[in-house]
Design a protein around this ligand. Sequence first.
Ligand SMILES: [Cu+2]
Length: 116
Amino acid sequence: MQAFPLMPDPGKKVPIGSDYYLIYGFDKKPKLGPVIMKVEIFTKEGNKDTSFEVKGNTDMPSMRGAHATGDKAFTLSKRGDYLLPIGIVMPGEWEIRLTVTKDGKTLLRGRYNFNV
Ligand SMILES: [Cu+2]
């Protein structure tokens, strides 16, 4: 079982090793229904980098497995954003586990927990 440390809040820099960082967020405050998670990855100089693979696994910690999506790949938009649609199907605590890889190496695992 891999550890997924809690990430800094949405909008804050999340270091990916020493050379990159990501900033994640949502198209709107997550509530019941569909929401799109957005991840942007930057070099330490602040240039957008689209050479990563980002995956997200969504679930409810209180009923582990009941809504688990498994690792879903974010798709890269024309603007260079990594996007993943997420379905929030009931109120309660939700968790998204991010896995960020580059050239086949996992460089970051992290989670974000939020209440709906
Ligand atoms: Cu549930």
